[in-house]
Write a protein that binds this ligand. Structure first.
Ligand code: TTP
Ligand code: MG
Length: 344
């Protein structure tokens, strides 16, 4: 299992895009004193600045800091570049946030360290940024490892390091123990995992409810959570209702033309292709008709989609004016790396 997490993500993107910021404390989160800090680079963290701190407070701690607004579109763009790299390594990628993911690399016939180095190299090459990576045999430990020597960290936690490596850690480093529970535990004199390990499974179940048993196992290095790949979308499509009801096929075809262009873009952006195209129309009496065609091969180009859409329109009997038309692609499949290079 590999866990990856970009370092001071938004702030690093800002530094990269504006090299003048190099070496300066950078705080992202807006310019208004009423705002809160979204993130700060490691330099700014030395002043005690952290995410969720009010901006006015950060300004008190570091008046010379560079305070920048959030540029979400840009961070999403970089995030996509990073996830494209991860997905080029395996399909088994579980995104946790914009800059963080689990990868199940157990089926890959390569040393995870080599894979991790490859990820670091590619991320640096494509984005100019550093990423921290943790490697272990389950999710809890992989995430713990990626946090171990941030920024630009790399850490392996192997089975023989358990429980020694865990014992001195504060209870809040256990996945499933949040701020509240951590405080409650501190109140009864439990501060570290070592303290926690003295408690029985029954006690933990009493204390945490259902999660108690998982926490009992987790601190002993047992965590059977699987990597959940983002639930694949079943279909992608668009539909439009128009004010001027019509049964003019040329007009309807124009809509399908635009829908096909949209679908092509949506499919290509996600590196997916479709086998089934569905046309839907609703007439002025709100009667809905759908007609689908499932092809023998996958398609994603405008030409292919439009051709199917038009043939479906020709097959549909239109007795009334139409108030809505829609086009959907389904039976989706992710285009694999080999296929991509074939197209290049
Ligand atoms: P994190 O990975 O938690 O933080 P980070 O990448 O800035 O720093 P590091 O991982 O090196 O400790 O979050 C990723 C991004 O998500 C972060 O750059 C900004 C955003 N974010 C928020 O918008 N609100 C928050 O409370 C946090 C913690 C992060
Ligand atoms: Mg991060």
């Amino acid at each position: 299992m590999i866990h990856v997490d970009m370092d001071a993500f938004y702030a690093s993107v800002e530094e990269h895009d504006n090299p003048k910021l190099k070496g300066l404390p950078v705080i992202v989160g807006g310019l208004s004193n009423h705002g809160i800090v979204t993130t700060a680079n490691y330099h700014a963290r030395k002043y005690g600045i952290h995410s969720a701190m009010p901006i006015f407070m950060a300004k008190q701690k570091c008046p010379k800091g560079c305070f920048l607004p959030v540029r979400m579109e840009r961070y999403k763009e970089v995030s996509k570049q990073v996830f494209d790299i991860l997905l080029s390594i395996t399909d088994l990628v579980e995104p946790l946030s914009i800059d963080e993911a689990y990868l199940d690399v157990s089926k890959i016939d390569k040393n995870p360290l080599i894979i991790a180095e490859e990820i670091k190299r590619e991320v640096m090459k494509n984005t100019g940024l550093t990423i921290s990576i943790g490697i272990s045999y389950n999710k809890f430990l992989a995430k713990l490892a990626s946090d171990w020597n941030k920024p630009n960290g790399m850490k392996i936690i192997t089975e023989d390091m358990i429980p020694d490596i865990l014992l001195p850690l504060p209870v809040k480093s256990v996945y499933g123990i949040g701020k509240k529970s951590s405080k409650k535990l501190n109140d009864i004199g439990i501060y570290t995992i070592e303290d926690l390990m003295r408690l029985s499974e029954e006690f933990l179940t009493e204390f945490f409810g259902k999660a108690g048993n998982e926490i009992y196992n987790r601190i002993r290095g047992i965590d059977s959570r699987k990597v959940n790949i983002e639930r694949e979308r079943k279909s992608i499509g668009t539909e439009r209702t128009f004010s001027n009801h019509t049964r003019n096929k040329d007009i309807l075809k124009k809509f399908l033309y635009n829908f096909s262009l949209e679908l092509e873009t949506s499919l290509e952006n996600r590196d997916i292709q479709a086998k089934t195209i569905t046309l839907k129309i609703k007439d002025v009496d709100f009667r809905t008709q759908t007609k689908s065609k499932t092809l023998n091969n996958y398609i994603s180009s405008f030409n292919d989609i439009f051709e199917v859409a038009v043939s479906l329109l020709d097959e549909i009997e239109i007795a009334q004016d139409i108030r809505l038309i829609g086009l959907t692609a389904s039976n989706l499949e992710t285009i694999k790396l080999e296929q991509l290079s074939l197209f290049d």
